[in-house]
Write a protein that binds this ligand. Structure first.
Ligand SMILES: NC(=O)c1ccc[n+]([C@@H]2O[C@H](COP(=O)([O-])OP(=O)(O)OC[C@H]3O[C@@H](n4cnc5c(N)ncnc54)[C@H](OP(=O)(O)O)[C@@H]3O)[C@@H](O)[C@H]2O)c1
Length: 341
């Protein structure tokens, strides 16, 4: 269905549990100069409208620049930063001066991206972290490393996700059950490590990261954090493609989880915001992992229309973060112009 040019596989695999160094910084730290890259140059998905009561900045780039300023030097966790949308989001945030912990299993890719960002002179930093999100212990260790080596998480981008070609009529029950259960921390896990289970990552890892990110914000009295879930158009309609049905169910869950989160954050009387971004077809490695036994079919996925690029989704992330604190974007649905479904 859906991968990228910037996918590079490299061999090096640093130790799990290592998060790069750097001073502890609270939410109030670092309010410096404007970031080098303006994100509002292209048309924004919103209509700013007119209001005589509100003093509007003179240009859209000014809106973006001004409001990303409060995120400078604060910490964003981006899951699935080793390629595709996650890598593009991590890069865009580093361009805006954000300190990003990027996690995935293929940590070598994130190290390469971190080196690229550094040599480009971007004002933020990218800190690679190896984490298998299908293992709760890995996730909890990551949050604990972030807590001890940095202050905590201010922005959580739940991006990691995948689809497997299991249809509703022939998928195995045990496989589905397994997919919905996070392996207990004390269980032996090895054989299934590289396979991954879509629902585990798409739903439960997202929920665990959300809970831990919220707790991190709460313990530091961070009232303006942001949790962004990378959802999908498959979280809003069911396409007549059998391999997409179970995946679609996980993304419908993301739609419900994002709105449920928004309501709980309201009940908790915080100003932490919850958003999901729902792209249609984006050219990444996604389809190559879905159709891992049929690379031609995977490649064909991206050939029939001009797809979204990971950077388009990254720009949507920057947009939602850029909105003023009293504005909460619930969902951005974005398709390639040429996509029908
Ligand atoms: N591409 C599309 O057309 C499209 C459309 C709508 C929504 N989306 C959503 O966008 C998100 C990103 O997808 P993408 O298109 O960028 O796909 P991608 O290129 O395949 O990237 C997926 C990312 O998820 C990570 N990941 C998967 N399983 C993981 C695990 N167990 N532990 C840690 N990280 C894991 C991968 O890292 P490692 O393999 O290195 O661990 C990789 O960084 C997903 O949630 C997907 O559902 C994609």
């Amino acid at each position: 269905m859906w991968p990228t040019v910037e996918e590079r596989r490299v061999e090096s695999r640093p130790q799990a549990g290592q998060v790069g160094g750097g001073p502890r910084r609270g939410p109030e730290a670092g309010r410096a100069a404007a970031p080098a890259v303006a994100v509002g140059e292209r048309s924004s998905p919103c209509d700013l409208g007119q209001s005589s009561a509100v003093q509007l900045p003179s240009s859209r780039s000014e809106v973006a620049r001004g409001s990303m300023e409060r995120w400078r030097d604060r910490l964003a966790l981006v899951t699935g930063a080793s390629g595709g949308i996650g890598a593009a989001v991590a890069r865009a945030l580093v361009q805006q001066g954000v300190k990003v912990v990027g996690c995935a299993r293929t940590v070598g890719n994130i190290e390469e991206l971190a080196a690229e960002c550094k040599s480009a002179g971007y004002p933020g930093t990218l800190i690679p972290y190896r984490c298998d999100l299908s293992n709760e212990e890995d996730i909890l260790s990551m949050f604990s490393a972030i807590r001890s080596q940095h202050s905590g998480v201010d922005i959580c981008i739940n991006n990691a996700g995948l689809a497997r070609p299991d249809t509703l009529l022939s998928g195995s029950t045990s496989g589905w059950k397994d997919m919905f259960n996070v392996r207990a921390a004390d269980l032996e896990w090895g054989a299934g490590r590289t396979v991954g289970s879509p629902e585990l990552v798409n739903v439960l890892a997202l929920s665990i990261c959300t809970r831990e990110a919220y707790q991190s914000m709460k313990e530091r009295n961070v009232d303006d954090g942001h949790i962004i879930n990378i959802n999908s158009m498959s979280g809003h309609r069911v396409v007549p493609q059998s391999v997409a049905h179970f995946y679609s169910a996980t993304k419908y869950a993301v739609t419900a989880l994002t709105e449920g989160l928004r309501q709980e954050l309201r009940e908790a009387q915080t100003h932490i915001r919850a958003t999901c971004i729902s792209p249609g077809l984006v050219e990444t490695q996604f389809a190559f992992k879905l159709h891992d036994k049929d690379p031609e079919k995977a490649a064909a996925t991206y050939e029939h229309i001009k797809c979204l690029k990971p950077e388009d989704v990254a720009q949507a992330v920057i947009y939602v973060l850029s909105t003023p604190p009293h504005v909460q974007i619930g969902d951005i649905q974005m398709r390639p112009t040429e996509q029908m479904t």
